[in-house]
Each structure stands twice: as C-alpha cells, then as structure tokens.
Design a protein around this ligand. Structure first.
Ligand SMILES: C[S@@+](CC[C@H](N)C(=O)[O-])C[C@H]1O[C@@H](n2cnc3c(N)ncnc32)[C@H](O)[C@@H]1O
Length: 275
C-alpha cells in the first residue's frame, strides 16, 4: 500500500485532532518571537543592524568556540567576554556618540554587543597586529575591536584597526582614544582592501552582504593574510562563501550561531576560518 493511500485512510476526525495536537506543540515556538517583536516595536528605535544580548548559554558556547580555535583556556575567554560586557567606559562612549549623532532617533541607548563579544575575544586571545573589519555602520564593531587592541597594548601587544565603509558618514563612534588605534578607510571596500600592504592577522567581512561581493573580499585578502590569520564572516548564516574559501585555502571552518536574548531576531553568527 502506498503512503498516500495510508494517509487517506486515517479517519477525518483523527486527522483534525492530530492537527490541533500538533498546533498546540508548535504554537509556543511562534508566539515567543511574536511577543518579543511587539515589545521591541515599542521599546526599540532600531531600523537596521539590530543589536541584542546573547543568552547566557550562548555566551558560554561562544567562549568555548573561541577557546578551541585559539587553544586558550575557556575561563580566560570567558574573562575577556565579561571584560567587554563590563566596560562601562566604552558603553558611555558609545551612548555619548549616539546622542551627538544625526542617527540618535533610530539607535538604542542600551548597548549590547551580540556576536561582537566573540570578535573582541579573538582579538584579546590572539593579540593581532593588524585587524580589518569591512563595513562599519555606526562603528560599534570598530569601537569593540579598538577597545580590545587598547587592552592588548596595555599588556605590551600593540595592534592597529582598519575599518572600511562606502558611506562617508559611517564610523562616527570611532573617536577619542578608540580612534588612536583605529582608522576608517572610506570608499568601496574591495578598492580599500587592494591598497592594504600590511599582513592581516584578523579579518572580518561585514560590508556588502551579497555572496559575490563577500567572496571577492576573501579573494582580495587571500595573499595578504599572515600565517596564523583568522578570518571571520558576518554573512555565514546566509552564504557558504567563507566555507568555500576555507576549503580552497586548506583552512578549518566552523560556524557559531547566535541565540539572541529577549529579542525576536533569529540571530546571525560568526563564520570562522583558521589554519
Ligand atoms: C551590517 S553593516 C556593518 C555593521 C558593523 N560591522 C557593526 O559591527 O555594527 C554594513 C556596512 O557595510 C557598508 N557597505 C555596504 N557596501 C559596501 C561596500 N561596497 N564597501 C564598503 N562598505 C560597504 C554599509 O555602508 C554599512 O555601513
């Protein structure tokens, strides 16, 4: 008997009861994000590049991911993550930057770093000399990465940050002491990357999120990577371009998936390629 004829033979009343039973099972998974979305509509002002905290468990898994890749103790990586979460000076700097910007009507003043906690931990754990982030938006990642470089410099490991953005108004948060270790290169990211002459230790792709553009960024930086370079993709929840890059360059690849805390978003993640 075919599967189709078996299904047809289930009594219609049984089928209806089953639908209601299964609906009851699935409903909470749909209601939760919907109710988060309603709260967010009232409380948040963000229209793009949404920010949120990660669940406590997700932060532990992030720490573990960074620990395995950098071969550092997970407790040390958790310390780095807490260091950023507790950096009140940085949070005040970001809030002040937002309040003085043209974008204050569409940015939130509760500062959450999401997956950037992982970016920070990578910088603290590996002490890179050159960090590049393509696509900076207001400069939240720029400040996070520069803050990590400042802490590294206090421990005797200096490094420089370069962000790229096509929008001349992007990166407005990168001021004060954070701008002393970091700089935004304005213009098309591919063109800016072509001009980089230093070896790159940590590269983060987060500019034009089309798959082809992402792949082109990896192609351009391929020969500029240092021996132990780590490449992070902010687009790896949407494309497999960093995975492909890692395979063709004999690198390892892992994807860390964000689990947003009290937010409707399903989250993005961090694609990670390393030798
Ligand atoms: C998702 S946002 C970056 C978010 C940022 N990394 C952060 O941590 O918040 C993407 C940014 O990429 C920039 N962008 C888009 N296309 C670009 C291109 N071709 N070259 C350089 N920047 C680009 C946009 O202007 C935008 O600011």
């Amino acid at each position: 008997m075919s599967l189709k004829s078996k299904i047809i033979k289930v009594p219609i009343i049984g089928r209806i009861i089953l639908i209601f039973y299964r609906f009851k099972n699935a409903l909470p998974y749909s209601i939760e994000p919907f109710s988060q979305m309603l709260k967010w509509l009232i409380k948040s002002k963000e229209t793009t590049n949404f920010t949120y905290d990660l669940t406590p468990m997700n932060k532990k898994y992030l720490a573990s991911t960074v620990a395995v890749i950098t071969k550092k103790p997970v407790l040390l990586i958790e310390k780095f993550i807490s260091e950023l979460n507790n950096d009140t000076e940085l949070k005040k700097h970001i809030i002040s930057g937002i309040l003085h910007s043209e974008e204050k009507h569409k940015a939130d003043l509760k500062i959450y770093f999401g997956r950037r906690l992982g970016w920070y931990a990578f910088v603290r754990a590996t002490k890179p000399k050159i960090v590049i982030e393509t696509g900076v938006d207001k400069g939240l990642g720029s400040c996070v990465l520069s803050a990590a470089l400042i802490k590294n410099a206090e421990e005797g490991f200096s490094g420089k940050y370069f962000g790229t953005d096509i929008n001349p108004k992007a990166g407005y948060l990168l001021t004060g002491k954070y701008a002393e270790v970091g700089k935004i290169l304005y213009g098309d990211s591919i063109e800016s990357l072509k001009k980089i002459s230093e070896k790159i230790d940590l590269f983060i792709n987060d500019s034009d999120h089309s798959a082809d553009y992402e792949a082109e960024e990896y192609r351009i930086i391929k020969d500029k990577l240092s021996d132990n370079a780590i490449v992070l993709g902010d687009n790896s929840h949407c494309t497999d371009k960093l995975f492909d890059f890692s395979i063709s360059n004999n690198m390892n690849f892992i994807f860390f998936k964000e689990e947003p805390f009290n937010h409707w978003s399903v989250g993005a993640g961090i694609g990670i390629a390393w030798k």
